[in-house]
Design a protein around this ligand. Structure first.
Ligand code: CDP
Ligand code: MG
Length: 689
């Protein structure tokens, strides 16, 4: 439980890294705010809202800059209208489109829906979107396309110069995700071949100078410079004036033990003590969000009335997404419990209070043990400032930080390390190779990844047979793996299943691995959830369990009610069906036959081992309990309690992913026979003996 609050500084958040037009005088604590009536609820008509956006006033400058320069960098804080307005600015140019990329799928979907609404068109016509396994657009009609940066990179495999697009906007560049950084490097290359292409790079923070320097081609003398019709190759920077209000920051006096419970009690206290205004709570992942939701709802039944609680996370079904963006029922206070998504990716109206736990789920790569793990870790000061900023959108707000001021000042990093410096680069390097970039060590990165990580990725791609000893893509395996929109090891498993006569089953497993989670998160319904999972649990592990769930789902005639009774996510299962069908067509195109192994589970386990053998681990019984040791890297690791093998502890296993909390945990675990390993990958295991 959080011990309570001492206001941090009465001043506006002066350390804020975004341009702020904070007005001190419109802050008045505890007194109802005098606001124009259209403002009172925090929601306005869609037209009024558009015209009031800071970017609206700068349309002309923006059009001018983009017309006259190759690369325009737009800086403006979250909510200034970058994502929804810039693509609408009237770029239509013959048959070409404007692309706008986002690091997150959910941002792509919600923003495309919003822009279609603003333009009074049906989604999928003039405004479309594309995320992995879901393309909602109409060739010849769609003019504005929102897509993830990963999907745009994939489009380059068919159209290397992205000739479909006259303008490409890379949004959320400040997030520095691996695919955003990779895309920026690729676009810089494309610009050399297509000097008429216009890039817009949008960021919520002002660290734009490094991006500007990266895209500065003005010193390269080329003949094309003589062509006066071409744009300037020196990037331009446009700062959109902010309009946020003062946000009063509160810190806890003592560190909290349990950030989740502290977040819940703080939220309820805000509801009790503070005047109206919606609350946004930042947690780390879907599990946390669901757990907090449950706790808040339990409390609400015990008397906290007048609240309307909603979750926001990456795997949220479309129908629930809409609720998050619409006003709460009359007289109720909306509470949105979110992952990092609400930090800058999506704009929420009406938020006046922010509860910041100070944590997010982050990727960390350890090149020595060669594992990439998801870790719940402290955010950066820049992130904390962004989170606080979300409270000042409609009127002065408050941010309750569940960490001490001392922690903020001295423990948090100023800025997050770009993801390329803390991720495994296996998929990235495979994609670069597939795009014909042979010398990946010379690829032009905005921030170069550690050479060691690249070497590790090359080694792994060689081990799974994607690259040959000259580091060229192998044929057909490497080319086929690059073609499939799956992680390389999942693709390898799927391709190996054909020869083992179980592609039909492994197709289902691959599709199940491509959705967020097929389970409805168990917190709050723990016992029920455990029982449900027991019903499907396979002694061979989690991946075979997915197969059981899928078959039972089909047997139920794809019933939503059946899913509910079994703690299975109906939306996710529908996605599995759809992805499975798409993958099946891709396999057909690659000439890979669909074969069923029937009850022969061993063939399926072997296929799993063929994909994930680099993650083979052996049980070591020790005083500390049942621990596994990875063959590659010798890391000590346990089976995660969410795995069906948690209690079974087979001698040898392979896993798909790693989570790091108090120790390393493997997730999505499959039991294997070690004799298969030398059979599947003799080169890899012999040299390790
Ligand atoms: O990209 P940026 O953060 O600069 O702003 P934006 O996402 O374009 O948001 C501009 C405006 O559109 C805000 O007032 C949002 O509240 C609104 N919006 C919305 O109502 N629903 C969405 N799904 C997205 C944006
Ligand atoms: Mg945006």
């Amino acid at each position: 439980m959080a011990r309570f609050w001492r206001p941090g500084s009465e001043k506006p958040d002066s350390s804020s890294s975004y341009p702020s037009a904070a007005r001190d005088d419109d802050y008045s604590e505890g007194v109802p705010f005098a606001m124009p009536s259209s403002y009172q609820s925090g929601y306005m008509s869609i037209e009024k809202q558009r015209q009031s956006l800071p970017i609206y006033k700068q349309q002309n400058s923006l059009l001018y800059l983009v017309e006259n320069t190759s690369t325009t960098i737009v800086i403006g804080e979250t909510g200034s209208g970058k994502t929804t307005q810039i693509p609408q600015a009237g770029w239509a140019d013959g048959n070409q489109l404007i692309a706008c990329t986002q690091p997150r799928r959910i941002a792509v979907q919600t923003v495309a829906a919003r822009v279609a609404e603003e333009m009074h068109v049906n989604l999928g016509l003039e405004v479309g979107y594309s995320i992995r396994f879901e393309e909602i657009s109409t060739p010849g009609v769609t003019k504005i396309k929102y897509l993830t940066d990963g999907v745009l990179i994939r489009e380059m495999m068919e159209d290397p110069l992205l000739t479909k697009y006259s303008v490409i906007m890379v949004d959320e560049a400040h997030e520095r995700s691996v695919s955003t950084d990779m895309l920026l490097g690729l676009l810089k290359k494309i610009q050399r071949r297509r000097p008429e292409l216009r890039l817009i790079i949008a960021s919520a923070t002002i660290q734009a100078t490094s991006i500007a320097a990266f895209f500065d081609n003005s010193k390269q003398r080329q003949l094309v410079d003589k062509d006066k019709s071409l744009p300037s190759r020196k990037p331009a920077i446009l700062s959109v004036e902010g309009r946020s209000h003062t946000v009063l920051i509160h810190y806890v006096e003592e560190p909290v033990d349990d950030y989740l419970r502290a977040a819940v009690s703080t939220t309820l206290l805000i509801h009790k003590m503070e005047p109206s205004g919606d609350i946004l709570v930042f947690l780390t992942g879907q599990d946390d969000v669901d757990a907090a939701l449950q706790l808040i709802s339990d409390e609400a039944e015990n008397g906290s009335e007048g609240i309307f609680v909603l979750p926001l996370y990456a795997g949220l079904p479309r129908s629930d997404q809409e609720l998050v963006f619409s006003p709460a029922p009359r007289g109720k206070r909306k509470i949105i419990v979110s992952t990092n998504i609400a930090e800058t990716s999506v704009t929420l109206e009406g938020i006046v209070y922010v509860v910041d736990t100070g944590f997010s789920k982050q990727r960390f790569y350890n090149p020595i043990a060669d594992v990439e793990a998801l870790v719940v870790a402290p955010i950066s000061r820049a992130s904390a400032q962004q989170r606080a900023g979300r409270a000042g959108r409609v009127r002065p707000g408050k941010c309750f930080r569940l960490y001490t001021e001392d922690f903020f000042m001295h423990e948090m990093q100023a800025e997050a390390v770009p993801e390329v410096r803390r991720s495994s680069l296996v998929s990235t390097i495979l994609q670069l190779k597939a795009l014909g970039i042979d010398n990946i060590m010379r690829f032009d990165w905005l921030a170069s990844p550690p050479a060691e990580t690249m070497v590790r990725a090359l080694e792994l791609l060689y081990a799974i047979g994607v690259l040959d000893s000259d580091a060229k893509l192998t044929s057909p395996l490497g080319l086929q793996i690059a073609e499939l929109p799956l992680e390389p090891m999942v693709a390898k498993m799927l391709l190996a299943s054909a020869a083992l006569g179980c592609s039909n089953e492994v197709l289902t497993i691959s599709a199940s691995l491509s959705v967020q989670s097929i389970w409805v998160s168990g917190k709050g319904r723990l016992k029920e959830f455990d029982e449900a999972r027991e019903r499907f649990a396979a002694a061979e592990g989690d991946l075979i369990t997915y197969l059981n769930v899928y078959e039972a789902f089909l047997a139920s005639k794809k019933s939503a009610q059946w899913c509910h009774q079994n703690c299975i996510n109906f939306q996710a299962m529908k996605q599995v069906l759809d992805i499975r069908a798409q993958l099946s067509r891709l396999l057909q195109r690659l000439g890979i036959p669909l074969k069923s192994s029937g009850k022969e589970i061993q063939a399926i386990q072997k296929a799993v081992a063929s994909g994930f053998f680099v993650n083979a681990s052996q049980l070591e019984v020790s005083a500390e309990g049942d621990l596994y040791k990875t063959v590659r890297g010798g890391l000590k690791i346990s089976i995660h309690p969410s795995s069906v093998l948690f209690r079974a502890t087979p001698k040898w296993v392979v896993f798909k992913s790693v989570m790091l909390t108090d120790r390393h945990y493997m997730r999505e675990v499959t039991a294997i026979d070690p004799a298969w390993l030398t059979e599947i990958a003799p080169h890899f295991f012999q040299c390790r003996k």
